[in-house]
Design a protein. Structure first.
Length: 269
């Protein structure tokens, strides 16, 4: 059983939902990423989405775009990100880690080389924003060989037929984008998300995570009532951007926000 599957099954058995924070590896500097991963787990994170910095992140708004720029300015590469996961695994063998990013760095490294190195480092899944299921056959086969879950996005406009196709191609969980736009673009419409998630559940048995627009404990608690996981990214990146030279403050503030979200989520179920 994969770490991702075990995570969701244990949470379900306990009547809880997954809290999935996203940070961009190497932001604001490479030395802080692993300590920040550990702090997020200590503050209630169930699974970590670790962003691979890329120069043209099409699905991300200005907050995460700037995080990628800061990480790239530090020289953070895909190899560095894999090394960070390996360092994290020296002290944490339980928390699932999903790499989230874009196809170009993976293609440059090569699917086979990337998958092998990712698995050796302790990566559990990959979410490649610009890899549609129709074009994922080669990558999916290689990732499957190396026991890496391939996670896909669902949009508010995704048709039923396409949801079924995505669910068939994917594993681990599905990431529902709660709004039409880029990360950090707007506030979440809880009623609309609830209606959509209930419908998607009739089409797939995979766990459903909701992201984009989750900004605070209140919005996290609201999504918890309908989804299996809450994904938060831009709200955390904003705290990093506000304190780029103060690592202790970043750790404290991100830890506090996640702890507030965790408590609100647990109270809402």
């Amino acid at each position: 059983m994969s770490r991702i599957q075990r995570c969701f099954e244990q949470l379900q058995a306990a009547g809880r939902r997954a809290l999935i924070p996203y940070i961009t590896a190497g932001d604001p500097d490479r030395a802080l990423t692993v300590p920040l991963m550990h702090r997020m787990v200590a503050s209630g994170a169930s699974l970590i989405e670790l962003g691979v910095p890329f120069s043209d992140p099409m699905a991300d708004g200005p907050v995460i775009q700037l995080a990628c720029e800061r990480a790239l300015a530090q020289g953070t590469s895909l190899s560095d990100v894999l090394d960070m996961v390996a360092a994290f695994r020296r002290d944490d063998q339980q928390t699932p880690v999903v790499l989230m990013g874009y196809l170009n760095p993976v293609e440059i490294m090569g699917y086979e080389s990337f998958a092998r190195r990712a698995r050796e480092a302790g990566v559990d899944g990959v979410l490649i924003v610009d890899l549609p299921p129709e074009e994922s056959g080669e990558a999916a086969a290689i990732f499957r060989t190396h026991a890496l879950d391939l996670i896909f996005l669902l949009a508010p406009t995704t048709t039923d037929a396409r949801i079924r196709k995505i669910a068939e191609a994917g594993s681990g969980y599905l990431y529902y984008v709660s709004l039409k736009g880029v990360t950090g673009a707007s506030n979440i419409d809880s009623n609309e998300v609830a209606t959509r998630i209930r419908h998607i559940r009739t089409l797939t048995d995979l766990p459903l995570g909701v992201g984009f627009g989750i900004k605070n404990a209140e919005s996290a608690a609201s999504v918890t009532q309908v989804a299996d996981a809450v994904v938060v990214g831009s709200a955390l990146i904003n705290l990093i951007a506000a304190n780029p030279t103060e690592p202790a403050r970043i750790l404290a503030q991100i830890g506090r926000l996640l702890a507030e979200m965790r408590a609100a989520m647990d109270a809402a179920v």
